[in-house]
Design a protein around this ligand. Structure first.
Ligand SMILES: [Zn+2]
Length: 466
């Protein structure tokens, strides 16, 4: 192997390879290997296993009195029924597919411009998308990061909570903590009363797992008539400061900080009686977190916290415009490959009985029903769809976009009245953030928004409206 490179099918290897490898045949090889995972007729083949899982789930549902697994799972979700889930997926599918077709035509034009005459295939998508991205939306990551020091972004998130709900965050160095790098804040309500304790643990350590999450050491509840306030922690893995340079965040990390802070606020503002009623359904739990991401990138908010770490100058308008323009790029593709997987998940789990089913023909038929174009492959194919066959997302993969419909539509209420409108913020707090799981999720949403959720704001945000 001297002088050679090894590429694997893992994310940090395959996606950069597909974006940058000029050799089309190698792109085809690695992509084909990727989509054949668990489908090679060898001892790692998952097809028989997934059929058995689907069959057992259908059987269990029947024993419990449900017609299929999806109905059994969804009863306790906000969506309630498969019809509701399909209804939402269908509303998004047509506009997303139309945009994806335009994107495909764009990529095909790029191929012709290069003087080549082949038809666009799935293994070409990342490569030509990267070329277009570079030509039209080039955002220099380092130029952007210079405006996002970790301290400023955290302070920006605290400011948003202050403007919305009147909360203040005072650092406490006298409280015990589990690691010296943790920072502790006492959170107070607008009237100065104690709301809870908020810990942040931002940097990677050898003993910490990857990713970012919000959890807690004590949940809010009432005990003997007394309101026991919560202790909440946000854990992340942001790059450390190095030398004279402070910790600088990439845009996705800025969104992550606001996202986890949103989960944190949901816990901190809780005002329920029974601890056991604190959880909310999976297709609702990301509303309080994802909605905070909207404030993070609002120009009005960016101007207050995104300041250059050396000059102190606020982020320039041109850079904000570039960031905003890039948000809609390639969204037809992203939405379509995600929705295809969501349909596939629902199709598997609305089977009343799994008998004599061929996994790959079943999948082909499912994707044909929605007219998926040949240049795009479902984000996951059945033999490696771990979310639904190995994780807890069976009849639940739709949750990500369901939540995004909710948060974008809910943020629309703020957009209409002003992003810091006091009455709207109070309504979001009392109807959603304080309630935990004490009411039906749809009822909470409607109490805030005054109507059913609408997909229009999400279509608009992703650039999927014609
Ligand atoms: Zn989350």
């Amino acid at each position: 192997m001297e002088g050679k490179w090894v590429f694997t099918l893992h994310a940090p290897s395959i996606w950069p390879f597909l974006s940058y490898a000029d050799n089309r045949d190698l792109r085809r090889q690695i992509f084909t290997a990727y989509i054949k995972r668990g489908d090679n007729g060898n001892e790692q083949d998952n097809k028989a296993t997934l059929i058995r899982i689907a069959a057992l789930r259908a059987e269990r549902a029947k024993l419990l009195g449900y017609s299929d697994h999806a109905r059994f799972v969804l009863e306790e979700r906000m969506a309630k029924t498969p019809e509701q889930v399909y209804g939402l997926l269908n509303q998004l599918w047509k506009p997303a597919l139309a945009v994806a077709k335009k994107e495909a035509a764009d990529l095909q034009a790029m191929i012709r411009q290069e003087g080549r005459d082949f038809q666009l295939e799935p293994w070409d998508w990342w490569y030509y998308t990267e070329k277009i991205r570079k030509a039209r939306y080039d955002l220099d990551e380092n130029e952007v990061r210079a405006y996002f020091t970790l301290q400023n972004v955290r302070q920006g998130a605290f400011q948003v909570a202050n403007k919305l709900y009147g909360l203040t965050f005072v650092e406490r160095t006298d409280l015990p903590k589990y690691h010296s790098e943790v920072q502790t804040f006492e959170v107070k309500d607008a009237d100065g009363s104690h709301l809870g304790v908020f810990l942040v643990d931002f940097h990677p350590r050898a003993s910490k797992r990857g990713g970012a999450w919000s959890s807690g050491y004590r949940r809010q509840h009432f005990q003997a008539g007394q309101d026991i306030r919560p202790i909440v922690v946000n854990v992340c893995n942001f790059t450390r400061p190095s030398g004279d340079t402070p910790a600088l965040l990439r845009l996705e990390e800025v969104e992550t900080l606001f996202h986890e802070f949103g989960h944190g606020l949901h816990s901190l503002l809780s005002r329920i009686h029974y601890k056991s009623l604190g959880s909310v359904p999976r297709d609702f739990v990301e509303l309080p977190s994802q909605i905070m991401e909207h404030w993070a990138l609002e120009p009005e908010v960016l101007k207050t916290y995104a300041k250059h770490w050396q000059t102190g100058a606020p982020i320039p308008d041109e850079l904000i415009a570039k960031i905003k323009a890039a948000e809609r790029f390639n969204q037809g593709f992203a939405t379509v490959e995600y929705l295809a997987a969501s349909f596939l998940d629902m199709d598997w789990h609305t089977l009343a009985e799994v008998k004599d089913v061929n996994a790959m023909s079943f999948e082909d038929a499912a994707l044909k029903r929605i007219d998926l174009i040949p240049q795009i492959v479902s984000r996951y194919r059945s033999p490696y769809f771990q979310h639904i066959f190995a994780g807890g997302y069976s009849a639940g993969y739709y949750s990500y976009i369901w939540s995004e419909v909710l948060d974008t539509d809910a943020f629309g209420a703020f957009k209409d009245k002003g992003i810091f409108d006091a009455a709207t913020a109070l309504s979001f707090r009392t109807n959603i953030l304080e309630k935990g799981g004490t009411r039906e999720a749809m009822d909470m949403f409607k109490a805030f928004r005054g109507r059913d959720p609408s997909v229009e704001p999400l279509l608009d945000k992703r650039g999927l409206k014609n």
